[in-house]
Design a protein around this ligand. Structure first.
Ligand SMILES: NC(=O)c1ccc[n+]([C@@H]2O[C@H](COP(=O)([O-])OP(=O)(O)OC[C@H]3O[C@@H](n4cnc5c(N)ncnc54)[C@H](O)[C@@H]3O)[C@@H](O)[C@H]2O)c1
Length: 333
């Protein structure tokens, strides 16, 4: 079944049909996959990134593509955003430190990118008459008291806890998008992404998948927080990209959850990584971070009904291809 959006009928859950897209944070993990997919679909892509947590190497191979342009700059700088070569018909606002290690290191920058960065990206979308998409997060639900999390759940966030810089930055961004839509009529939508993993994650970013894989490949103990019974619903990056572009191509405003259906414990994840890598690593239990959510599973009925989106890659399959990428990189290094 095709997805109908803004006059475009699309054969699959991809975002074909855009002329020129701005991807803020395009040199990051998810952003780089989005840039590649948009280019494959024939869209010109401008990637704006300050490389605070992303790397130039994530998009180096895209440099060979005529339709791709990398701009090193900060989305919180209004002049930079308004000086980008447009006009754009799609703005994907993905710039923001996303791993706890990064946003705890960059707390004020994280708040800035969610506030003035989002404002600038929204203003640019309005100026160009572009469709705008905010990359929000399951973290807006905090440590949820409702399970699984539907989009109508308001969340359980500690506003002064260490994670608040990220959670509240995204919650503020969502409020900005909503206000911009009602004040200016900006064609803006919100996607709430759940834990995504895949090739091009950084091993040092503290997220469970790259950390466990790196530890297993090094033969060092896999450090599982607490007793490892806390759950996450992992989403392979290709599925996330499909969901994001399906929302972009629709007329929906969201928020829409995009996340994996299978809820697994962190201990299960660690054990499967050991199994798939054939590693001799053991598991070591370490202290649990403050305010670490206990359970995380999206209700994705809205994405299924409105966008025809469902995750297609099972977590073992996705893990295998992610491990393949990390292994090839370790061999090449
Ligand atoms: N990966 C996930 O599981 C996940 C889950 C929910 C939401 N998200 C959201 O998706 C987006 C991308 O996440 P990711 O995992 O790819 O993280 P990432 O850290 O790999 O990518 C973020 C990118 O934004 C760039 N950036 C940060 N601040 C910037 C600024 N002020 N100006 C320009 N560029 C800036 C970084 O250099 C980096 O390239 C983030 O907005 C994140 O909140 C990700």
């Amino acid at each position: 079944m095709g997805v109908r959006g803004r006059g475009r009928v699309i054969g699959d859950v991809t975002g074909r049909g855009w002329r020129r897209a701005l991807v803020t944070g395009g040199a990051g993990f998810v952003g780089s996959h989005l840039c590649a997919r948009l280019l494959d679909d024939g869209t010109d892509v401008v990637c704006l990134d300050n490389l605070s947590t992303g790397t130039r190497s994530n998009v180096l191979e895209l440099d060979r593509r005529r339709r791709f342009r990398f701009v090193r700059g900060d989305v919180t700088d209004e002049d930079v955003v308004h000086g980008l070569p447009g006009p754009f018909d799609l703005v994907l606002h993905f710039a923001c430190p996303a791993s706890p290690a990064d946003y705890l290191r960059l707390p004020l920058e994280t708040l800035d990118v969610g506030s003035s960065g989002t404002r600038n990206a929204l203003e640019r979308a309005r100026r160009d008459g572009a469709r705008f998409l905010l990359a929000s997060t399951s973290e807006v639900y905090g440590d949820p008291l409702e399970h699984p999390q539907t989009e109508s759940y308001w969340g359980n966030v500690n506003p002064v806890g260490p994670r608040s810089v990220y959670d509240e930055s995204k919650r503020f961004s969502e409020a900005l998008v909503t206000a911009h839509r009602s004040v200016h009529g900006t064609d803006a939508a919100i996607v709430r992404i759940f834990n995504t993993y895949g090739p091009r994650m950084r091993t040092g970013d503290g997220r469970a998948v790259p950390t466990f894989i790196a530890q297993a490949l090094d033969g060092t103990p896999l450090t599982v927080a607490g007793d490892g019974s806390q759950t996450r619903s992992l989403t392979y990056v290709d599925d996330t990209v499909d969901g994001v572009l399906a929302l972009a191509a629709s007329a929906e405003t969201g928020p829409v959850n995009i996340g994996g259906g299978e809820e697994i414990t962190m201990l299960e994840l660690a054990r499967r990584v050991v199994e798939l890598t054939g590693s001799r690593s053991r598991i070591r239990f370490v202290e649990r971070p403050v305010d670490d959510p206990e359970r995380r599973r999206p209700d994705t009925r809205l994405a299924a009904e409105r966008l025809g989106w469902r995750p297609r890659v099972g977590w073992s399959e996705g893990l295998e291809s992610t491990i393949g990428w990390f292994t090839a990189r370790a061999v090449a290094a």
